[in-house]
Design a binder for this molecule. Structure first.
Ligand SMILES: [Cu+2]
Length: 195
């Protein structure tokens, strides 16, 4: 415990000194050109309610009290990474997950369709030309023996004017064949993400 605390102090102290003393005396460097800020959503699953980040619609498969984190990290090459981490789900189970257009609501359907870079004129979109993991963001995961899971997807084009608002967790891994591409069974849970 003491060693850890000493280590943290050692890391923080020079930064404090720099910001208060040395840095102020120097000419300020040119601001770095930066992309959009990363976004992190973090919540424990519970029933729907105003301001609830993580909503479960099926507590048997996504138990109340289990948790999820979604990170959206723009990268220097103009793309972005989306990561989903879940904790406390059922052990050794496959879950589907995607980025959806709307915020979480009282029902799973409220989150709307999958976010698509190029929008399928037909709804629901089950054409693999549109419903595929390059045009959509798929975050399927398989939990370990403790019910923990992780997945990551690359977003080829960063979200701009048209932004998604949630990640939906589904009962099955995502199908890919024509006629049912993108489908992954019932909507079990939803995480609001301010992409
Ligand atoms: Cu979905």
């Amino acid at each position: 415990m003491m060693a850890v605390r000493a280590g943290v102090v050692a890391m923080v102290m020079p930064l404090t000194l720099l910001s208060e003393g040395a840095l102020a005396a120097r000419p300020q460097p040119e601001p770095l050109s930066r992309g959009p800020e990363p976004v992190l959503a973090l919540g424990r699953f519970a029933g729907y309610g105003h301001g609830q980040t993580a909503v479960t619609y099926d507590p048997k498969l996504v138990p109340a009290g289990s948790a999820a984190a979604v990170a959206y990290v723009p990268t220097a090459d103009g793309r972005a990474s989306v990561q989903l981490r879940a904790q406390g789900l059922l052990p050794n189970r496959k879950y589907g997950a995607h980025v959806h257009t709307n915020a979480c609501g009282a029902k799973g359907e409220d989150a709307g369709p999958h976010f698509q870079h190029v929008q399928d004129p037909k709804t629901p979109s089950t054409d693999p030309k549109y419903a595929n993991p390059r045009n959509e963001i798929w975050l399927d995961l398989t939990t370990d023996g403790q019910g923990n899971g992780f997945s990551r997807a690359t977003v080829e084009r960063r979200f701009a004017e048209r932004r998604p608002h949630s990640v939906i967790v589904h009962a099955d891994h995502t199908h890919t064949g024509a006629g049912h591409a993108g489908q992954a069974g019932p909507r079990l849970a939803c995480i609001n993400v301010d992409f």
